[in-house]
Design a protein around this ligand. Structure first.
Ligand code: 9D3
Length: 251
């Protein structure tokens, strides 16, 4: 997959893209990331990328010309490549959106700055708008890095074979079960006996139950869509009953 990123701050991307998994993905030729400075597409002496809004009001607006020229140059002849604007007004990024984007062989990401971009950028070149959640960032760059990271790990071969086969828990609709490694006792805290038992079926059952418990405690909204077996639904019923009793005893 090829990802082109249009930004006023290309240097912000150095760390995340040149370390660890994304670095290896690029070395393996599974992913190529190309950074483009929007300022290189300005035509005036001062290389201006933003201006005051028509109609007044505070803040600055990213100008239409450099952005549209940058997209047209980077897109080349390919009219079908998705052009995604990172903006607080976009649809919220989820694992489902990541999967959807991972199906393309190219993406163009535009990182907004200031109060936003001239509306005509949307009209002319943007095909999709994404927000990474309901909190305020200083620009679209960090959001673009989140999108790249989540999409890249879905490309076949980017993660080890062991991981690719296995569905991860967010994809399965549950939070993760608790993990332990050596030593078996640390400051009096012990590893649950079942994990040391060697009984793989018992381990699997314990992990599913702990995942359900944790999801019930922290993200009950996820349980509405999680696929659970009959026995697991029964276990969830027990958790809910325990909680109802606790509330009755300690109102
Ligand atoms: C005064 C209204 N603000 C909207 C909440 C203006 C504004 C704040 C921050 C406009 C742009 C920004 C910069 N943020 C992004 O460009 C951004 C973003 C975000 O702030 N949160 C979550 N996802 C994203 S994607 C791009």
């Amino acid at each position: 997959m090829r990802i082109d990123i249009l930004t006023l701050f290309p240097a912000m991307f150095a760390g995340p893209l040149t370390e660890s998994i994304l670095k290896r993905a690029q070395e393996k030729g599974l992913l190529s990331i190309h950074l483009h400075n929007i300022r290189d597409y300005t035509t005036d002496r001062h290389r201006t990328t933003d201006d005051t809004p028509y109609g007044g009001g505070g803040g600055m607006v990213m100008m239409v010309e450099p952005l549209v020229k940058a997209v047209e140059d980077v897109r080349g002849a390919d009219q079908h490549v998705p052009v995604i604007l990172l903006t607080p007004q976009g649809r919220v990024f989820t694992q489902r959106v990541a999967c959807e984007l991972a199906a393309h062989d190219r993406l163009i990401l535009i990182c907004g700055r200031y109060e936003g971009v001239d509306e005509r950028v949307r009209q002319l070149v943007v095909t999709d708008e994404i927000s990474i959640g309901d909190y305020v960032l200083t620009g679209g760059e960090l959001a673009a890095m989140v999108v790249v990271d989540a999409v890249a790990r879905l490309i076949p071969g980017v993660l080890g074979a062991r991981w690719a086969a296995e569905e991860d828990s967010h994809a399965m609709g549950l939070l993760e079960y608790p993990h332990y490694t050596r030593p078996p006792v640390f400051r009096g805290l012990v590893v649950p006996e079942v994990l040391l038992s060697g009984d793989h079926q018992a381990v699997e059952r314990w992990r599913r139950r702990e995942a359900i418990r944790r999801t019930w405690e922290r993200r009950p909204d996820l349980l509405l869509i999680a696929p659970l077996s009959e026995e697991e639904r029964w276990f969830l019923g027990e958790l809910a009953e325990d909680e109802a009793l606790r509330r009755a005893v300690h109102p």
